[in-house]
Design a protein around this ligand. Structure first.
Ligand code: ADP
Ligand code: MG
Length: 243
């Protein structure tokens, strides 16, 4: 039985811009179950990053609710929110935010350290995860010694290592070549499914949608279309559907 890991209810985020107000997110509702991998697509400026930042509890919505594992973010004080973000949420953003003076392995282990979970088993898991992402020979390299794509994969391992309920990824394939991008998203999908996590990936590249269970399409801050059937998702990924 899958349970709801993430729920968004009538979410609105407004920004004041040159005297006007724009709704970057404009009344969006959806749920993501554990074990489900969802893509968030839409043109530049449609609100994807704003949405993901709210889900990551990095940005407060103007109105509406976000529930993670049934807990309402708005009902928590900052201390509780920080704890929830650290334990239940994993994320990678467009800029990978790796710690420059830590090696690949140390960057991944850092999430375990933050949660007081860095034991021998955690160390083994972190090396295994890096291996699955094709980084066995990069464990001891600093971010500056790796390519953009390798850094991005370290960031993905870091987002997954503490087994968060919800994994958020903003354009995780932006700096990868096509073949590597397919491999990484496929591995990402496997990890989400195997570990029964809820995954949300923002992507510009519709081809990546072939690995997800559902596609949410945003435009002007609104959720304008949901692709749910395998057939529809594949057609979208293959560029058959006009979107
Ligand atoms: P996407 O990730 O889909 O490209 P964003 O969420 O970054 O879109 O942006 C959605 C809209 O909100 C855009 O019009 C953007 O200019 C605006 N926006 C985002 N962040 C801010 C901000 N901090 N202040 C003002 N406007 C913002
Ligand atoms: Mg964005």
């Amino acid at each position: 039985m899958s349970s709801v890991a993430l729920e968004v209810r009538d979410l609105v985020k407004s920004f004041a811009l040159d005297g006007a107000t724009i709704n970057a997110v404009d009344g969006v509702s959806f749920q993501v179950n554990s074990g489900e991998f969802v893509a968030l697509v839409g043109p530049s400026g449609s609100g994807k990053t704003t949405m993901l930042s709210i889900l990551a509890a990095l940005l407060t919505p103007t109105t509406g609710q976000v529930l993670i594992d049934g807990q309402d973010l708005a009902q928590m004080n900052e201390k509780k929110r920080v704890k929830l973000r650290r334990e239940k949420i994993g994320f990678t953003f467009q800029s990978n935010n790796l710690i420059p003076y830590l090696t690949a392995r140390e960057n991944v282990e850092f999430m375990l350290r933050l949660n007081n979970k860095l034991d021998r088993a955690g160390r083994v898991r972190s090396d295994e995860l890096l291996a699955r992402l094709g980084l066995s020979d990069r464990l001891h390299n600093l971010p500056a010694q790796m390519s953009g794509g390798q850094q991005q994969r370290v960031a993905i391992a870091r987002a997954l290592i503490h087994n968060p309920a919800v994994v958020l990824a903003d354009e995780p394939t932006a700096s990868l070549d096509t073949e590597r991008a397919f491999q990484v998203v496929e591995t990402f999908a496997h990890l989400i499914h195997e570990n029964d996590r809820a995954g949300i990936m923002v992507t510009h590249d519709l081809r990546m949608c072939q690995f997800v269970d559902r596609v949410l399409q945003m435009q002007d801050g609104k959720l304008v279309k949901v692709y749910e059937s395998k057939q529809e998702i594949l057609e979208l990924a293959q560029g058959v559907l006009k979107h």
